[in-house]
Design a protein around this ligand. Structure first.
Ligand code: SF4
Ligand code: FES
Length: 362
């Protein structure tokens, strides 16, 4: 088979060659998390996902080698393909940084700030997205949309107030279960996720909608209010399963398995979807072969006080923010701890004189 044709793209000053047809977001992910745009609706394992939330907007400053004109508007990187010689700005472009602040505001227009009681707190992508890209205040004064909670079967609860209409659960049900019985009903401000005539999702893989939901809109009823995620400890485990890959994370509180989820990659996407038997019916340690502690790669409260510092990676946003806003400190200077010597130094005397002059004027 012929090797795929590679084209060159530069993102935030970093160059990479990718096959024709790659999106900007996927190319950025190949470079690394420090240039990869955030994504609230795009989900690589789900075909056709993306283009709904605008979290991943970037500036294309050069369309291609052949046509170097910039694209007039910011584009959604998850659905825009790269061209040969394209130049893209993400975290380095002030318009993109500002636009993201706006997107956070839009996503929070109807999302309740109920993190203290939400099961998703600590592993919520909207929480992370708002923290890393948003403002600490809101300008929104109108009332938020409110809905009654809805049971989707006996194991899943829908809390529509929290839904950001990313469509991931709809794609999941479409693509990995044999019968989708829920979807987005109505349009615009009235749009909501619902089941047709409250039909239960009754399918061996239905529980995966919980894992793909970026917020706490779809929650596991067997886990609700059992613990805060930072009090539980995830381990990698597997079992022989005739329906799915059987590779999961077990979440322990003390000796008790309080939750079973699919394993996720560094972008928070499910690596392999798991069946409901593994998720809901296998909650004893004896059901599983334990592989070891789960590697927590996001700077996450999940890892707080549980793992050595080598297991936790710092958020690229924090490092970028520091690099942009603060001067590098000259750490090469010798650190003088001798107070007598400091008191006799010319620098210290000059400082004291300056202070005296300042206070005598007051
Ligand atoms: S319920 Fe969750 S996964 Fe489904 S559309 Fe809403 S936010 Fe997305
Ligand atoms: S992640 Fe690209 S539009 Fe949502």
């Amino acid at each position: 088979m012929d090797a795929p044709q590679l084209i060159k793209v530069t993102i935030d000053g970093r160059e990479i060659q990718v096959p024709v047809g790659t999106t900007i977001l996927e190319a950025a992910r190949q470079i690394g998390p420090d240039v990869a745009p955030p994504a609230m609706c795009y989900y690589k394992p789900l075909k056709g996902s993306g283009g709904k939330c605008r979290a991943c907007l970037v500036k294309v400053t050069q369309g291609s080698e052949k046509d170097p004109r910039p694209m007039p508007k910011l584009v959604a990187s998850c659905i825009t393909g790269v061209q040969d010689g394209m130049v893209v700005e993400n975290f380095t472009n002030p318009d993109v940084v500002n636009a993201r602040k706006g997107i956070v505001e839009f996503l929070l227009i109807n999302h309740p700030l109920d993190c203290p009681v939400c099961d998703q707190a600590g592993e919520c992508h909207l929480q992370d997205f708002a923290y890393e890209n948003g403002l600490a205040t809101t300008r929104y004064e109108e009332e938020r949309r409110t809905f009654e909670r809805e049971d989707i079967g006996d194991k899943i609860q829908l809390h529509m107030n929290r839904c950001i209409l990313c469509y991931r659960c709809v794609y999941t049900a479409n693509q990995i279960t044999d019968q989708r019985v829920h979807g987005v009903m109505y349009r615009g401000d009235h749009a909501e996720i619902s089941t047709y005539i409250n039909k239960a999702i009754d399918n061996d893989f239905s529980g995966n909608v919980i894992d793909v939901c970026p917020v706490g809109a779809l929650t596991d009823k067997t886990y609700r209010f059992k613990s805060r995620v930072w009090f539980s400890k995830p381990v990698d485990a597997h079992r022989d399963c005739d329906k799915c890959c059987g590779k999961v994370n077990l979440w322990y509180k003390g000796d008790e398995v309080i939750r079973v989820t699919a394993r996720k990659n560094q972008w928070g996407e499910v690596e392999d979807f798991i069946c409901n038997t593994c998720r809901f019916d296998k909650k004893n340690t004896s059901d599983w072969v334990i592989e070891g502690p789960t590697k927590v790669s996001r700077a996450s409260v999940i890892s707080a006080n549980k793992y050595g510092k080598d297991v936790i990676k710092k958020t690229p946003y924090g490092l970028q923010h520091a690099a942009l806003n603060f001067k590098q400190i000259d750490d090469a200077r010798e650190y003088n701890k001798d107070l007598k010597e400091i008191a006799q130094s010319e620098d210290y005397k000059a400082l004291m004189e300056k202070n005296e002059a300042y206070f005598s004027k007051k």
